[in-house]
Ligand binder design. Structure first.
Ligand SMILES: *Cc1c(COP(=O)(O)O)cnc(C)c1O
Length: 221
């Protein structure tokens, strides 16, 4: 099937309240344009340089989401245009995003990444660190960022009940924080090609789908 067919097929099955982020990392602009022409306007990339190159070349009504781990010294390259940064996991990074957003006289939406997987390689905060961060004085001084929700990645495993438990854990944290703190969370970013249906059944509002739309990537990210 073509990229457009894959995209329309997935979209036709997604509940209306779910945002689809088309994860286009490693793919050429021509592939992204095919998705764009099929109506897709939200794209996710995991490298700031690559995302910026694509942003320069593509129509300006696209929402660009940074879904990868962000290096502090590269925030400045995307501060002008990025719509949502999914992988924020430290106060230091938030302070840099805030500083760069201020330079462009804008407010940048961010998701805090929560560590839910049973793997050492995945980034993110645990619940205690999350609470510490959002209750800190330094955090409350950041007026050019807005935390609009949480993001998480499940363990890379075939074990569906483990994945489900990890998604449910993230949803529980999401609900707890939303009720207790003075934040207005609207986005819960969880689910990829292999597990997005499960993620939606556990309360996801935003899925990040790459290979099911664009095909397998040549190298693993
Ligand atoms: C690559 C990536 C995805 C998409 O993965 P697929 O399995 O190709 O759908 C989703 N989220 C993050 C954070 C990624 O890095």
């Amino acid at each position: 099937m073509s990229i457009a067919q894959n995209l329309l097929q997935i979209k036709s099955q997604l509940p209306a309240h779910i945002t689809l982020v088309a994860v286009s990392k490693t793919k050429p602009v021509s592939d992204l344009m095919e998705a764009y022409q099929a109506g897709q306007r939200v794209f996710g990339e995991n490298k700031i340089q690559e995302m910026t190159d694509k942003w320069e070349q593509m129509p300006k009504d696209i929402e660009w989401h940074m879904i990868g781990h962000v290096q502090t010294n590269k925030v400045k390259f995307m501060a002008e245009y990025v719509s949502l940064i999914h992988g924020v996991d430290s106060l230091k990074l938030l302070q840099e995003i805030n500083k760069q957003a201020l330079k462009h006289n804008r407010k940048i939406d961010c998701l805090l990444q929560i560590y839910i997987a049973d793997e050492e390689t995945k980034f993110g905060l645990d619940e205690t660190e999350l609470l510490e961060l959002i209750n800190s004085k330094e955090f409350k001084e950041l007026h050019n960022i807005q935390i609009v929700g949480l993001m998480g990645m499940a363990t890379f495993t075939e074990n569906q009940s483990q994945i489900k438990a990890e998604f449910q854990h993230l949803k529980t944290i999401f609900n707890t924080i939303n009720n207790q703190e003075n934040l207005k969370f609207e986005t819960l970013s969880m689910g990829m090609s292999g597990d997005y249906e499960l993620a939606i059944s556990c309360g996801s509002t935003m899925v990040r789908i790459g290979s099911s739309i664009f095909g397998n990537r040549n190298y693993q990210h």
